[in-house]
Design a protein around this ligand. Structure first.
Ligand code: ASP
Length: 335
């Protein structure tokens, strides 16, 4: 029997139309563009349905609300389809992939996010291959997790990072092997693909938790950020240098971190380097972070750390439980 895939279109360049103000997603336009791709209806293609979200968004406008909505469409249609393709703008695709990996608990079917750098309606679009290959991967049922397919690479969703604003090879997962490399054939990397959960699918929607990302830079005056770190934010991702280092700034950050921790915030230390891991305590400039109550994000991407904070706070866990779970591997997001 033919496999059946649900294509969920959220917006993004792949289905955009040129308007006077630049590219914008227009309702109904993607359906027409897909119908013009003969291969989508060839005898070898899986069966598919298209579900268009409303409103269609440039992915810069995607929020927690849309993450929950996309997850809900997958959850409600889970039994009827063998796999799912989520068409999404590239700008925040790695965030949405990370978020879905946490919201969808017990997932045992492929959810493949993809999009394009050039709209499908244009002659040189990269969207055609991204869409057709994602459709096949979603129907194959081998990478049964949230993944991201783009220009020949199938990546674990919560390990993916947008690497280029204008290259067609726009994504990679510097800290995790590709789940598949696609050339003449689709070569799955079986050892990198997650094991079946054996559970039934549950949805763990996110609440609108106040989360922040603070990127340190030479000369940063931590005092300027004190009130947002101690009073406003529940979860903070601190993007540090190298293996988790921060400027000393006369020791200014450490008491702020202690106060933030005492007032219920969880500060997770990630690296500004796309590859490698945070090792708190490797240098003097990072060891105080740990004693002040910060947790290590190890080799997690900022996107995954942000989504994981939303997830754990939304579960209503205590700050000590959240701290513990931030350092545990929950969905393959850290090594
Ligand atoms: N601004 C677009 C978006 O993320 C870019 C893209 O789709 O490539 O929705």
């Amino acid at each position: 029997m033919k496999k059946k895939v649900l294509i969920i279109y959220t917006g993004g360049t792949i289905g955009m139309k040129k308007t006077e103000k630049g590219y914008a997603p227009i309702s109904g336009f993607l359906g027409e563009a897909i119908s013009a791709i003969g291969d989508m209806n060839s005898a070898d293609a899986p069966l598919w349905d298209l579900c268009e979200m409303s409103p269609l968004l440039d992915s810069s406008d995607i929020t927690v609300k849309e993450w929950n909505k996309i997850a809900e469409v997958i959850y409600k249609n889970y039994a009827q389809y063998d796999g799912f393709v989520v068409l999404h703008g590239t700008d925040t695709m790695a965030y949405t992939a990370s978020a879905l990996s946490f919201i969808l608990h017990g997932l045992d079917k492929p959810v493949v996010l993809t999009g394009s750098q050039i709209p499908l309606s244009e002659i040189r679009s990269d969207g055609r291959d991204n869409l057709v290959t994602s459709l096949i991967i979603a129907a194959d049922g081998i990478a049964n997790e949230v993944c991201l397919y783009f220009s020949g690479k199938l990546l674990r969703g919560n390990r993916a990072v947008k690497m280029s604003a204008d290259q067609l090879v726009a994504f990679d997962s510097p800290n995790y092997p590709h789940l598949a490399d696609v050339g003449i054939s689709i070569r799955y990397n079986y050892s990198a693909i997650g094991k079946p959960s054996g559970k039934s699918l549950e949805m763990r929607p996110f609440s609108n938790v106040p989360i922040g990302v603070l990127k340190v830079f030479p000369g940063i005056q931590f005092g300027l950020f004190e009130s947002i770190m101690t009073e406003k934010l529940s979860g903070i991702v601190l993007e540090t240098f190298g293996a988790g280092n921060i400027p000393s700034d006369g020791g200014a950050l450490i008491p702020i971190i202690s106060r933030a921790f005492e007032s219920g915030s969880v500060i997770t230390v990630c690296s500004q380097c796309p590859s490698g891991t945070v090792t708190l305590g490797a240098y003097e400039t990072s060891s105080a972070l740990k004693s002040a109550g910060a947790v290590s994000g190890f080799d997690m991407t900022t996107e995954a750390a942000v989504a994981k904070l939303y997830y754990l706070f939304s579960l209503g866990l205590s700050k000590d439980e959240i701290k513990e779970k931030m350092e545990e591997n929950l969905r393959g997001e850290l090594s």
